[in-house]
Design a protein. Sequence first.
Length: 475
Amino acid sequence: MRHSHILPLALSLYFLTLFLPSQARYHYHKKHKHSNYHNAPEISPSPSPFSGPSSPPDEAPCPSPSVDDNYRNTSNNLFDVRAFGAIGDGVTDATESFKMAWDTACQSESAVKVILVPQGLSFVIQSAIFTGPCKGGLVLKVDGTLMPPDGPDSWPKNTSKRQWLVFYRINGFSLEGSGLIDGRGEKWWDLPCKPHKGPHGTTSPGPCDSPVAIRFFMSSNLSVQGLKIKNSPQFHFRFDGCESVHVESIYITAPALSPNTDGIHIENTNDVKIYNSVISNGDDCVSIGAGCHDVDIKNMTCGPGHGISIGSLGNHNSRACVSNITVRDSVIKVSDNGVRIKTWQGGSGSVSGVTFNNIHMESVRNPIIIDQFYCLSKDCSNKTSAVFVSNISYTNIKGTYDIRHPPMHFACSDSVPCTNLTLSDVELLPAEGDIVLDPYCWSAYGISETLTIPPVSCLLEGLPQSISGNDVDHC
Ligand SMILES: *[C@@H]1O[C@H](CO)[C@@H](O)[C@H](O)[C@H]1NC(C)=O
Ligand SMILES: *[C@@H]1O[C@H](CO)[C@@H](O)[C@H](O)[C@H]1NC(C)=O
Ligand SMILES: *[C@@H]1O[C@H](CO)[C@@H](O)[C@H](O)[C@H]1NC(C)=O
Ligand SMILES: *[C@@H]1O[C@H](CO)[C@@H](O)[C@H](O)[C@H]1NC(C)=O
Ligand SMILES: *[C@@H]1O[C@H](CO)[C@@H](O)[C@H](O)[C@H]1NC(C)=O
Ligand SMILES: *[C@@H]1O[C@H](CO)[C@@H](O)[C@H](O)[C@H]1NC(C)=O
Ligand SMILES: *[C@@H]1O[C@H](CO)[C@@H](O)[C@H](O)[C@H]1NC(C)=O
Ligand SMILES: *[C@@H]1O[C@H](CO)[C@@H](O)[C@H](O)[C@H]1NC(C)=O
């Protein structure tokens, strides 16, 4: 197994905690001039270096939880949240204590600091932004349970409803532990605006914002390891504007009918490794948005859910560049899609260098799908520009499909066809019944290197005339 930048980092952080004599004294001040913690003002979705929280409400007078010396440990740079007054009774608000633990650990001079959420206890915290940069590496070790307030009605009015815990501008941070993050999404999923909450499968008007459980924004050298996370109101993890991310051995669950509960969403994020994790939810297992490259996804078990998705890209005529993505050695079961690339018409940019290798499908509706006509409103008009899709390889994709849809579906743009789609060792059989639908191709160029099951004869050979010019945006 290839090692990432982050695994050695995380390991060396532990190493340091174990063996370094403590150089830094444990400074604890009740008042910090520079708080690195904020109750959630919105962070702009655009990863501009200037888009930080505009006016951190540092000055808000905070009730000072009592400091319990029994949990203070100056010898090993361990910052137990109980030392800052957090009471893990599953009811009492621990936001201010987490704030103090974060600020103290972040400002501590030692090479690595561990903020501990102890086992057997359950802490409620409000929407919050934990901000770096910090001095040295930081670990948030969740061995107990973390929960947000329960549903929209108990969400504090003055905190963001679009995100719960945000880690912002941090280099060298690990979120890990044997504990649980419980997103308590149930009441959010029932908002009238959610799909199918209106009559006849429609939506009804009403407030719709729901928080992403864990968001990393403009951060680097991140590791998320070992945690269980369930029932997020919206995406479970979102990485946005990040670099060098390693997600390892995490376990995500939410009901199959929970709306928009993507497991891991990445955008504008590079050098990503997502390994050895199990995700079942109501939306994409992993979704890869615009601006991602160098992403390696391995040994995932996905489903029920919507499979692994690149996109949607090119919405509102936007430009999207996605390249060098590998998904391998994984299982996708009882899902709406297997491996999917979806783009809106009217976009530009490209998706290229994507490898899907050694993926086992079980009762998947669209095991292999490219959809360049992605549209939610049903009245999207055809447009001439599109995100260019090329160099996509499908190797050793085997298993079963749900016969309601053809097992392979390549619907590419008329004006910007897909090129160099390569199939090899693809064998997909109906999970039930014996109707074998023919693969579907539209404007799709590529080859089948081996005989596939079912056979694909609809791919076009060579290159389209229109692609030979310079009219395609290669990113
Ligand atoms: C939100 O309101 C609560 C209670 O009024 C207050 O304690 C808290 O500091 C406020 N948070 C922000 C971010 O203004
Ligand atoms: C403080 O850390 C030391 C070394 O890891 C450990 O032996 C001791 O039990 C800890 N004390 C408390 C109060 O946690
Ligand atoms: C990530 O960590 C490595 C090793 O510590 C460091 O060289 C690199 O600059 C860090 N990346 C960023 C974007 O800060
Ligand atoms: C794959 O991931 C699972 C956890 O989902 C783990 O138990 C297993 O050991 C991993 N396999 C390999 C080869 O790493
Ligand atoms: C593709 O991404 C992998 C990491 O997933 C990286 O090791 C490799 O160098 C990248 N390839 C190119 C051509 O950039
Ligand atoms: C858009 O183009 C596709 C493929 O050529 C065609 O099947 C579809 O009917 C068109 N839709 C509209 C609204 O023109
Ligand atoms: C497809 O791959 C070939 C060979 O690696 C490369 O020359 C070409 O630039 C790639 N096409 C795109 C659009 O990235
Ligand atoms: C087709 O794409 C594959 C990667 O999927 C690449 O290795 C190969 O070189 C490409 N071929 C051409 C002719 O671009």
